[in-house]
Design a binder for this molecule. Structure first.
Ligand code: BMA
Length: 375
């Protein structure tokens, strides 16, 4: 007889002086992911994301603990800092990291975050109940330029292509990194993996006019196959185009339900706040409709205020009206690098007070709230 893995979750509910408990069971066998051999931890993460969406929206920040505006992580393992925590007194629930330049075998990513530090923070935050997500600003494998170097490259790394061997080595390096991430019980840390993002725009070598839609889909599928061949089974695969014009814009590059676990979209306020709120609402409705077909979680996988230092009430008057009641599992704000390039808030920043108010909204969930959800 097949061994059925069951994980028992205990939710403690304190009724009176004596505590009472309810039990709820999830049958992990019933959770079907893109990776047929996904780990139990990856399945649990998927389940958590579904449960989180029933309770609210997890707040996420890119490179939250690695650095912020005017500071860099001082390597004090006991004391992780975050601009969000400095302002609101709580850590983000979702922590995003970018592994761009891991393919070069470098010690640090394209934004000078060392991979050793990244690994440490990913593990620490996961152990504290956070969700970890990875994006990949991968170099152009043909020209060796950055992600924004649009020299034609995708056909060269597909099966039979001139740079295939190199690409396989890149994936091998990534696989070693992913399989080295361990949680406190020694299991491999599950990750929301969001490769080849914003593919409906033409600014990256893997997107828009720089690739055929068939080649893009093939790249996605072959990448997943290579990761699995390298024994990576800890991933949830997230597909995230840039702001959608319409529903069809979502479908154009979509590799298929069997290859994707989470639906996402990246939206910034390049066209002003009103247009932003409207497109967030409309785009999330598109995701909601697509996700409803098989119950996949969906998220605003990147967002942020481009009007650095201008919008005092951006959080409660621009972002929140867009995401409110949208059913997303999380929203991730892009990185806080410097006063002319930050997408969230920090101490002394113009929207600081508004962020505090936003952070107290019942729907917005931070680390301590999310760690209680199906964890
Ligand atoms: C971009 C910018 C870049 C950065 C890249 C990867 O959107 O923030 O400065 O290098 O993301 O993090």
């Amino acid at each position: 007889m097949k061994y059925i893995v069951k994980i028992v979750l205990l939710f403690a509910i304190f009724c009176s002086a004596t505590s009472c408990r309810t039990r709820s069971e999830i049958d992990l066998e019933k959770i079907e992911l893109a990776d047929d051999n996904a780990t139990d931890q990856a399945k649990l993460l998927y389940h958590r994301l579904q449960e989180i969406a029933k309770k609210g929206i997890a707040f996420g920040h890119q490179d939250a603990t690695a650095y912020g505006v005017n500071w860099e992580h001082a390597d004090d393992p006991a004391n992780l800092r975050s601009d969000i925590k400095d302002v609101a007194g709580k850590f983000p629930a979702v922590h995003g990291f970018d592994i761009g330049h891991i393919e070069l075998g470098n010690a640090a990513n394209l934004d000078t975050v060392s991979f050793a530090l990244m690994k440490d923070h990913m593990q620490k935050m996961y152990n504290r109940g956070a969700i970890i997500t990875i994006s990949w600003h991968m170099n152009n494998p043909v020209s060796n330029g950055g992600s924004w170097d649009t020299t034609k490259a995708v056909p060269a790394i597909l099966k039979g292509g001139a740079e295939r061997e190199k690409y396989e080595l890149w994936i091998q390096g990534l696989s070693e990194f992913l399989n080295s991430l361990k949680d406190k019980k020694g299991n491999i840390t599950p990750i929301v993996f969001r490769p080849f993002h914003e593919m409906n725009g033409s600014w990256f070598w893997w997107g828009g006019e720089n690739v055929s839609t068939e080649n893009y889909k093939q790249l996605w599928r072959e990448t997943k196959e290579l990761l699995e061949r390298n024994n990576v089974h800890s991933l949830l695969y997230a597909y995230s185009p840039n702001t959608l014009r319409d529903e069809q814009d979502f479908d154009t590059f979509y590799p298929g339900d069997d290859y994707v676990d989470i639906l996402g979209v990246d939206i910034y306020n390049h066209s002003g706040n009103e247009a932003f709120t409207r497109s967030v609402k409309e785009n999330l409705q598109i995701l909601q409709k697509k996700a409803a077909i098989n119950g996949k979680p969906y998220a605003l996988t990147e967002s942020g205020n481009n009007n650095f230092g201008e919008d005092e009430h951006w959080w409660t008057q621009t972002l929140y009206p867009g995401i409110k009641d949208s059913g997303i599992s999380w929203v991730l704000l892009w990185r806080n690098d410097r006063p002319s390039h930050y997408f969230s808030t920090y101490k002394g920043e113009i929207s600081e007070e508004d962020f505090k108010e936003f952070a107290t909204l019942e729907e917005m969930l931070f680390l301590d709230e999310v760690k209680e959800i199906a964890n």
